[in-house]
Design a binder for this molecule. Structure first.
Ligand code: ZN
Length: 130
């Protein structure tokens, strides 16, 4: 199992990790298989979406902030309930198929680490199965 470190710089931020994950997959050398990604955090997540146009991830962030406001009527006393809710909506894991030692992603698809309570130092576990 490999580990990726991500240092976020903003409170809410999507970080494109596609090329870093692809590098691990290439290094593992499996022609075909599955790449599992897992984030061991309760206020961060993972998603696949368009990475060609950066306004797409910004639109996702802006819309989530509207639907799940930071100062809503929450019970969680730590003050970051919105971040927990957003993390659950995105999910904490992804499984991506591998073919010819490459991630099977559509032309416009990229893998994003989703920070909802930054800035922080985060990690992502990566397991490649042949
Ligand atoms: Zn909390």
């Amino acid at each position: 199992m490999k580990e990726l470190s991500v240092k976020t710089s903003q409170h809410t931020q999507f970080v494109d990790i596609t090329s870093r994950v692809q590098e691990i997959v290439r290094g593992e050398g499996e022609e075909e298989g599955i790449c599992h990604l897992y984030v061991p955090h309760t206020t961060a997540g993972l998603t696949i979406n368009e990475n060609a146009d950066p306004t797409v991830s910004q639109d996702i962030i802006n819309t989530m902030n509207k639907v799940i406001p930071f100062d809503g009527d929450y019970r969680h006393l730590e003050g970051n309930a919105a971040a927990h809710i957003k993390a659950s909506l995105m999910g904490s894991s992804l499984s991506i198929l591998i073919k010819d030692k490459k991630l099977v992603l559509g032309t416009w698809q990229g893998i994003f680490f989703c920070e909802f309570d930054g800035p922080r130092s985060r990690k992502i576990y990566v397991k490649v199965q042949g």
